[in-house]
Design a protein around this ligand. Structure first.
Ligand code: ATP
Ligand code: MG
Length: 739
């Protein structure tokens, strides 16, 4: 009958069976908090205390909600419907749609994305005459969001805070912004909680309705709730007649969202708010080996602000008492680091470990690129969780379109993609004209654009912008010949206005896009030629075949890995300035450092059996190399559980050169000794661009000099007599053959 209870240890069982009254489960990573919560749900149903829809369950992500739903169904052996189970946001949307009018909205209200939010804020700033250079919209938006995180409406912001840093502008902006939102029948993410909390607070009948509905409340990842979420929970749970049946589970050491307003005080506050609350501690970790646990515990003990917990491993394996040691590899450089991770992955996979049980967890999103490429080179299936594969990201596809035109002026598709990115006043009508011209004259689109300019078929802004664009393209082509692909690409992305477009963009994603574009240029440094790079990229992108059902290694950020577990966890980039992140240290000092350390703790505790930490001594920055120091976190790991590995790859011949000497060197197949022969992708590195053979007297088109006739050819170099420009010495790749 109570099958689902038997796998639990006594503490867990107590946590499940203490159904009535407030319960706080405070326990370290992997002690079964989430499992307890799920089992508790099943137990409430099985003991007939409530119906499925009378239980409110809050998870941190939608993915976690889905998983929990499935597990509950499995535990009670039937599907469950009508559940109030989801993230704070999804639960609030549901309530808010029902009572929208109480917030001045209609039930059809729209939810703005971050781009729209900033656009709207800018509108709200206009009538205020704010110096937006000094008080930029993203900064003001940040302040507004923090107020919302704390449950403060504009009326509730105190004068002391109002005058904080912005001279009262932030509050004025907040007021205008909120009324614009109402006019539009819209709300932003923060409003979902703010409005719902206000509705519950100001409407006792509505509040009573939900208080009666929810007989039980379950909250996972409680350490990362912010103040407004806490107020929301407390409103629903604090009934006057009887103590609330609320159960929150959390781990103060895993609080990693303070930058989004999460407030660790909520845990401390719990006992005060819910007198008589039972605090249950789970101390047995079921996830990780003793070595991993010891590493994680030692590391986190360097933090000052902790509640303190004991954690011991449930694994007693007489042969390998503490399990595999944590492997730390120091590699010569970042390329080698990615190569090493790919090789280790392959090795483990050959030994029979499933790729589905491996993960690479990194500090920042842009770091996925180098690992994605090496995994593809090795033919290892992977997925990027919580983000797109690097080369699928919109800004990367745009950047590649620029590079493709540089390499191949007749790449019409590429041109079409970016001709109006940034805006150059080219609408669909103009584009059609170009297309028509190109077709009738049988020339590439770019040539048609040039013809329009030369023949003054277009005027005004678009003519000027396109003229500039063509000039930049020409200059980049010259730079490509003279200084190589990196210099050319930097020039092209910068001067065309594409990179500046993102730099000036105020949306919250823009800085990440700029980082990604820099990473794109950095990726090129591994190739001698633009052709080699683009060919490699097309192979990389082609690799997206349907592998729905094959096991894949997961790539994600440390933040995204919360609550998850894998047999093997790779933790790359443990270097100062990357991890701990320079930005966090600069912005939040010691508190920031402690949060970074908690992030490291989260990373370590995702592993069941094996951790491989890597750091590189030299990291590619575009334009060269930068040396980096090992992360201070490495020194905080217990020596007895560490195995310092020297990367075998260090011996490779070109490593003998100083980094600065080989940074333009193509990544040659020799650096993949065992794999290269059988590896289909190694061709990408070897293959030379075939030289087009022209015949004397053949008609050609050059993007700069126009139409001409071939005089003679010497490999890539040709002498061409152009109709207008006369005899020129040009490169074959800039010539289009005209049939
Ligand atoms: P985190 O802090 O990372 O969210 P958690 O405390 O929520 O971790 P769970 O994910 O619930 O921990 O459990 C960790 C692992 O231990 C899971 O694989 C779970 O199935 C397993 N586990 C938990 N309790 C037991 C138990 N009593 N017997 C066997 N396995 C258990
Ligand atoms: Mg959990």
């Amino acid at each position: 009958m109570t099958d689902y209870l038997s796998p639990l240890n006594p503490a867990q069982r107590k946590a499940v069976e203490t159904l009535d009254g407030p319960v706080l489960i405070l326990a370290g990573a992997g002690t079964g908090k989430t499992r307890v919560l799920t089992t508790r749900f099943a137990h409430i149903l099985m003991s007939g205390k409530a119906q499925p829809w009378q239980i409110l369950t809050v998870t941190f992500t939608n993915k976690a909600a889905r998983e929990m739903r499935e597990r509950i169904a499995a535990l009670i052996n039937r599907p469950v419907e009508g559940l109030w189970l989801g993230t704070f946001h999804s639960l609030c949307v549901r309530i808010l749609r029902k009572h929208a009018q109480l917030a001045g909205l209609t039930p059809e209200f729209t939810i703005l994305d971050t781009d729209d939010q900033l656009r709207l804020l800018k509108q709200a700033l206009e009538p205020l005459g704010i110096d937006t250079k000094r008080y930029t919209p993203p900064v003001l938006m940040g302040i507004i969001q923090r107020w919302k995180d704390r449950g403060l409406t504009p009326e509730q912001v105190t004068p002391a805070e109002e005058n904080d840093n912005t001279n009262g502008y932030a509050l004025k902006a907040y007021k205008n912004y909120q009324s614009r939102l109402l006019q539009l029948n819209a709300c932003d993410f923060g409003d979902l909680l703010l409005h719902t909390t206000q509705i519950l607070k100001n409407n006792p009948t509505v509040l009573g309705e939900y208080q009666r509905l929810f007989h039980y409340m379950l909250v996972d990842e409680y350490q990362d709730t912010n103040t407004v979420q806490y107020l929301w929970l407390r409103l629903l749970a604090l009934r006057t007649e009887e103590p609330a049946n609320i159960c929150c589970v959390g781990d103060d050491d895993q609080s990693i969202y303070s930058w989004r307003g999460a407030n660790i005080q909520n845990i401390l506050q719990f006992e005060k708010d819910f007198p008589g609350a039972k605090i249950i501690r789970l101390e047995s970790n079921y996830r990780s080996t003793p070595a991993i646990l010891s590493a994680a515990s030692t590391l986190i003990s360097h933090n000052q602000g902790r509640l303190g917990k004991t954690l011991y491993s449930s694994q007693q394996d007489p042969k390998h008492e503490s399990g595999e040691k944590i492997q730390i590899y120091s590699t010569h450089d970042s390329d080698e680091e990615a190569l090493l991770v790919a090789k280790e992955t392959e090795k483990l996979s050959k030994e029979g470990h499933s790729l589905g049980e491996m993960a690479i967890l990194m500090r920042a999103g842009f770091q996925t690129r180098s690992f994605e490429e090496k995994l593809i080179t090795f033919g290892i299936p992977y997925r990027v969780i919580g983000g797109m594969r690097f080369y699928e990201r919109a800004e990367i596809r745009d950047g590649l379109a620029y590079l493709r035109i540089l390499r191949q002026p007749s790449d019409d598709l590429a041109l079409e993609r970016i001709i109006n990115l940034p805006r150059r006043g080219v609408g669909s009508v103009a584009l059609q004209k170009f297309h028509h011209y190109a077709k009738t004259h049988n020339i590439p689109l770019l040539a048609a654009v040039r013809a329009h300019i030369e023949q003054k078929l277009i005027k005004g802004k678009s003519a000027n912008e396109l003229t500039h664009f063509l000039e930049v393209l020409e200059n980049s082509a010259l730079l490509l010949e003279r200084d190589g692909p990196i210099v050319a690409a930097e020039h092209l992305l910068e001067e065309s206005g594409y990179l500046p477009m993102w730099r000036n963009d105020l949306s919250l994603e823009a800085p990440g896009r700029v980082d990604n574009l820099k990473e794109l240029v950095r990726a090129m440094t591994e190739f001698e030629t633009l052709e080699g790079f683009l060919e490699h990229v097309s192979l990389v992108m082609e690799n997206d075949e349907n592998t729905e059902n094959t096991a894949k290694i997961s790539l994600m950020t440390l933040h995204g890995a919360k609550g998850l577990e894998f047999d093997t966890v790779f933790l790359p980039g443990w270097e100062e300035n990357i991890f701990p992140s320079q930005r966090t240290l600069e912005e939040s000092g010691l508190e920031g450092l402690e949060e970074e350390r908690r992030l490291a703790y989260v990373g370590l505790t995702r592993a069941r059996q094996r951790i491989i930490i890597t750091h590189a001594a030299n990291r590619r920055m575009y334009g060269g190399w930068q040396s980096s120091l090992p992360s201070r976190f490495l020194e905080e790991l217990p020596e007895e559980h560490i195995l310092h590995q020297k990367s075998a790859l260090v011996q490779r011949e070109h490593r003998l050169m100083a980094p600065s000497m080989h940074h333009h060197m193509a990544y040659s197949p020799r650096s993949l000794p065992s794999r290269s022969a059988s590896n289909p992708y190694s061709a990408a590195y070897k293959k030379q661009e075939p030289i087009t053979v022209f015949s004397e007297g053949e008609r050609v088109f050059h993007q700069k000099f126009g139409y001409g006739t071939i005089k003679s050819q010497d490999g890539e170099k040709l002498d061409v007599i152009f109709d207008k420009a006369g005899l020129k010495h040009v490169l074959g790749r800039f010539l289009e053959q005209i049939p």
